[in-house]
Ligand binder design. Structure first.
Ligand SMILES: [Zn+2]
Ligand SMILES: [Zn+2]
Length: 124
């Protein structure tokens, strides 16, 4: 189980939402992405694709939506970094960062501090 940590700028206090990271999804017949809640991801997958869905179908139809932050308008959104264009759906900027890219990087808000991971000691 992953630890629940906080992600915070050491200068201005800008904070990423707790539990940030992303989630697994499965696409239905219409192409809509359905969230597969942790830790029963595969229960949702078999509900959508059928209990005996072949491996290839599962690979085609599942993915991981990452929580991303736009470095220009500071809005949060989810995209699949492997499949979607790296662009902000709000302002079209391509300067975006996922959690992994933001941690230990410059703060997108004050541009002076560093986003640091703070261990809270809590576990999901
Ligand atoms: Zn900052
Ligand atoms: Zn934006």
């Amino acid at each position: 189980m992953p630890p629940i940590n906080e992600f915070k700028c050491d200068k201005c206090g800008f904070q990423l939402p707790s539990g940030w990271g992303g989630y697994m999804y499965v696409t239905d017949q219409t192409g809509k992405r359905i969230v597969c809640p942790h830790p029963c991801e595969f229960a949702t997958v078999s509900q959508v694709l059928g209990a005996n869905a072949p491996r290839e179908l599962i690979q085609q139809r599942t993915g991981f939506n990452s929580d991303c932050l736009c470095l220009d308008c500071l809005k949060e959104f989810n995209i699949d970094l492997k499949r979607d264009a790296r662009a902000c759906p709000h302002c079209n900027s391509n300067r975006i960062g996922s959690l992994q890219e933001l941690v230990d990087g410059p703060c997108p808000k004050c541009k002076e501090g560093t986003i640091q991971e703070i261990v809270t000691g809590a576990w999901s």
